[in-house]
Design a protein around this ligand. Sequence first.
Ligand code: MG
Ligand code: FE
Length: 168
Amino acid sequence: MSETREHLIHWLRDAYAMEKQALEMCERQSERIENYPELKARIAEHVVETKSQIARLDECFKLLEESPSAVKDAAGWFMGNMQAAGGMLMPDEIVKGSMASYVFENLEIASYTILIAAAEADSQPKIASLCREILEQEKAMAEWLKNHLSETTKTFLQRDEADVKARA
Ligand code: MG
Ligand code: FE
């Protein structure tokens, strides 16, 4: 197997673990969010997109007659749970969560940009095109989150002030 092919498979496995983690994170977030209906709905929509991305990655592995790694899967699952558990302790978790999600989407954007280049270098146009489809969804999600960071923060701050007044 060529070095390029080996790198491609390795990076596809990284992406697979990343998406499993993304799925875990988004599912937890969409379940937990109560007071931000627009954000909740957008994350729930991204849960559906993330499942379709995992299916596309499965297709990439089939095209190469390879499979995703089970070990990385478990690691991703663990990380997702840890992050959700950490979030429960913070009163400003909606703000921290929005920030973490935006960072995560940008990690995904970098990963698929790299995968597209590797697939092209390995003459795998179908894999490049599947990764391009995923990349577009990640870009749209990152853009949406960026555009709503300010509003989410201000809503949180208003709610927090109101909570303090209600308790006083
Ligand atoms: Mg994704
Ligand atoms: Fe994503």
